[in-house]
Structures are given as C-alpha cells and as structure tokens.
Ligand binder design. Structure first.
Ligand SMILES: Nc1ncnc2c1ncn2[C@@H]1O[C@H](COP(=O)(O)OP(=O)(O)OP(=O)(O)O)[C@@H](O)[C@H]1O
Ligand SMILES: [Mg+2]
Length: 445
C-alpha cells in the first residue's frame, strides 16, 4: 500500500475527493501499522492513488478488485483487524467472506441482446442516480427478455460489486419458490451451511440482512411472482443493490420500497428480425425479406417466440423458409413452439402459467377481449364484449394490466400483443367447446 501511495503522489491521494471520508490520521495509522485495514479503506485508497496516478478508469476498477481479492485472502488467513479509530462493530471485516468464496452466482452472460441499448442505458442511469440499497424492478410480458436483460446488465456492472453477486430463480411462473427456501439459497451463497440456517423465518431474514449489511453485493431475484415473495429477500445494506424481474408490475414494491421500475416492451420490428437472423443461416433468407418481417410480426416481436421459431426452422431447414413462415400463420403451430418438443416449455404452457393465476372473471374477460382486432380496445368495447358493466371492465382491465396481459396504448385505450391474442382466442374456443359439451350432457340427461 505504501508503494501505491507513492504512485498516486503521497498525501494528495489521501486528501483527494475519493478518500475525503478518510482522515489523514487514519491513512497514516493504517500505513504505519501492521494490521489489516477495513476493506472500504483499501477500496477508497487504491482508487484514489490510481486515479491520481493517471490510470484509466477500467484499469482502476480491475486493480481495485485485485487489491480487494488480496485483502480477502489476508482476512481469511486470520489477519482481521480494524485501523485505529474504527470500531469493529458493523465493519465488513466482521462478516467478510472466506478467501476464494466470494459468491459469483450470475448465470452465463447473455452476450447477444438485440434492440435493448436504450433500456440498458436507462437502467444504468437509474441505478447510478439511486442511493445504495435500492431496488431495480424489471417487469414486462412473458418471454419479453426480462431475465436476459437483468443478467446482461448485472454482468456489465460486475465490477461495482466486488463482494459478490447472488442469484436466485424464484420460478414465479412455474410454481414459485417460497421466500423461506429462497432465503436458504441466498444464505447458502453467503457460506451458511444448510444445517446452520435458522429455522425461524424471521431469524433467517435477520441473518441474511446482517450478513450482507456491509458488503458491496448485487442480489438478482429473477422471475419473481409477487411482492410478498420478494420483500424478505431485498438487500437492505447501504452498499447493496437488488434487481428483481417479474411478469407482475409489482406496484406495491414501487410504492413501499421505492423500487425503480423499468418496463420492457416487445422488440421493434428491426430488432426482432435481427434476433431471427442471429439463428437462421443467411443462405435460407435470400430473397425472403418480406417473409422474415412477417415471421417477426407473427411472433409478436417477443424474443422467446422469435428464438423458438428460428430454432424450429433451423432444425429442419429443408422445408424452405417461405413454407415455414406459411405454417406459422396457423396460431396453434405458433403456440406449440417449444424447445426439443418439450410441451411443458411451449409458448402455450408459458402463457398458461400467467392465465391460471387470474380469477375466473378475469380469465373470461381476457378471452373476450382477445376477440377484438389488432388495433386495440377501449373499456366500452371490453364491457360490451364481455357483457359486464363499465366499472367491472375497468377493474378487470387493471388486473390484466398488472400482469402485463394487456398494455395501455393511449388514454383509456388498450391492446394485447399478437401471441397473447392467439392464446386468448384458443382459450375462448376451448371454453366454448366445454360449454357446448355441458349443454349436450344436460339436454340428454
Ligand atoms: N433482446 C434480445 N435479443 C435476443 N435474444 C433475447 C433478447 N431478449 C431475450 N432474449 C432471449 O429470449 C429468451 C427469453 O428471454 P427471457 O427468459 O429473458 O424472458 P423473460 O421475460 O425473463 O421470460 P419470463 O416471463 O418467462 O420470465 C431467452 O432465450 C433469451 O436469451
Ligand atoms: Mg424470466
């Protein structure tokens, strides 16, 4: 550290803005002493020295992380101590992870993300403007790319969180993981053995919060179901950030926890074509621009559907691209798109999770408004189609909106994206058939 101080220009570094919070006496005590300083001191000091030494920001970030890694190794080797005047209470040292155990739990980076440049920038600005401990909420319709976006964004900001990144898939759509188990996963990431996890849910939350209290960590809560599920998992530490993704708008989180919400919409037509082109070999697309654009539209510009369609074609390109697009005009083909023929992961199954979460009245309303044309609908149209009072249509539209099953496109004007509409119509047909069967049984009985 003394070598570093020389590089940065002695006291200038210690008195610079980056280390404003470090009194000169603390700097000299730490540099004279033979005890391990706090990790925050190391970070501020190293940054200041390198900045004043003229190093570019990327190198400063890399070097700071490498000094922190050495600090963690020393700490694990038993060198715990705070500098004079610094109380060990609430010190990151007291809860520091063991060497080599900094959790890096993010899934593989999503390197290709079409058409999200503006949103990535907006998310970065939102977070930089927010105080520590704040929550970024990414919400949007099923398959719009919330998880992919959160993972890309988290990898981009990885250097800001030297004490690690925790990730938990809350499986919101498929039968949610309860908060207690999710806390178990998070505590496991923090090095707490399963047998040491407090059984009492409240104590589990307390343990989690105190373990991350003074660390600079990123917590990614992916595929959350509702506000109740995520509330106990939010990082409360001043240096932590939490990112939540959900199909739900989670207004409660925005209202009570002041989460910053970023709604992801379907892609632009151009970005949707880019997603298709990234998977489909160019040779099959020669002279088929109109079909490419049509397929993007048929897929509702939704990344999940676009990718599944592109993979399906690429698995059997012999049929020809134009033919393939023709088959995709059939909604049942589109809704059956799935990976490796796995029906549990088909588009239909994905949408069913959201649909089944609704009450019976909201399901019926959803099916009825699926019948309107692509231009959208007003509350009056919705009320007329469903045969319900306007106030009821307003209430149910609000419910669908909070699950991103419809979106407001103008004042009191709403729409449903194409794939959801196909799903709603298919469900309406099924409901009609079930009703007809019931009537036949009743008449013959
Ligand atoms: N902008 C994009 N460009 C290319 N591929 C994308 C983009 N966004 C998402 N994808 C891909 O689309 C698929 C679905 O994305 P993702 O799982 O992130 O959606 P989601 O909104 O989280 O879905 P769910 O509502 O089920 O949680 C993934 O394979 C992902 O890699
Ligand atoms: Mg997701």
């Amino acid at each position: 550290m003394r070598r570093l101080q020389k590089l940065g220009g002695q006291t200038k570094a210690a008195n610079g803005d980056e280390v404003d919070a470090l009194p000169r006496s603390t700097v000299s005590t730490v540099l004279r002493g033979d005890k391990l300083p706090r990790s925050e001191f190391v970070s501020a000091f190293v940054t200041a020295c390198l900045v004043y030494g003229g190093q570019p920001p990327e190198q400063v970030a890399v070097a700071t992380e490498s000094w922190l890694a050495r600090w963690r190794a020393l700490y694990a080797a038993g060198g715990r101590e705070g500098a004079e005047g610094e109380t060990p209470q609430g010190d990151p040292v007291a809860e520091a992870p063991k060497a080599g155990s900094v959790p890096r739990h993010l899934p593989l980076d999503v390197r290709f993300l079409a058409g999200r440049g503006a949103e990535l920038k907006a998310a970065e600005e939102l977070v930089r403007r927010q105080p520590g401990g704040s929550v970024l909420l990414l919400s949007g319709p099923a398959g719009v790319g919330k998880s992919a976006f959160a993972i890309r964004w988290a990898h981009h900001l990885i250097e800001d969180f030297p004490d690690g990144q925790l990730y938990v898939d809350l499986r919101g759509a498929q039968g949610p993981l309860d908060s207690e188990h999710a806390l178990g996963v998070l505590l496991g990431g923090l090095g707490v053995q399963e047998g040491d996890c407090p059984a009492d849910p409240r104590r589990r939350v307390e343990r989690y919060r105190s373990l991350i209290a003074n660390r600079r960590m990123l917590i990614v809560l992916d595929n959350a179901c509702d506000t109740e599920q995520v509330r106990p998992l939010l990082a409360t530490g001043e240096h932590c950030r939490t990112v939540v993704t959900s199909r739900n708008r989670m207004s409660g989180l925005v209202a009570r926890e002041a989460a910053q919400r970023l709604v992801l919409d379907v892609l632009s037509a151009e970005a949707a074509c880019t997603v298709l082109r990234a998977v489909i070999d160019e040779e099959y697309l020669v002279g088929a621009r109109a079909e490419l654009e049509e397929l993007a539209e048929l897929c509702g510009y939704l990344p999940l559907v676009l990718r599944l369609a592109a993979v399906k074609f690429s698995d059997r390109p012999g049929q020809g691209f134009k033919n393939f697009v023709r088959t995709m005009r059939d909604d049942s083909q589109l809704l059956s798109l799935a990976l490796d023929g796995d029906h549990d992961s088909s588009i239909r199954a994905e949408l069913e999770f959201s649909y089944r979460r609704l009450g019976l009245d909201a399901r019926r309303y959803f099916r009825k408004i699926g019948l309107v044309d692509d231009d959208g609908f007003t509350l009056e149209t919705g009320a007329a189609l469903a045969g319900i009072p306007l106030a009821e249509a307003d209430r149910l539209t609000g419910q669908l909106e909070s699950e991103h099953l419809v979106a407001e496109i103008g004042r009191h004007e709403f729409s449903m994206h194409r794939v959801l509409q196909a799903f709603a119509r298919a469900e309406e047909r099924k409901a009609g058939e079930a009703q007809a069967r019931t009537l036949t049984v009743a008449c013959s009985g």
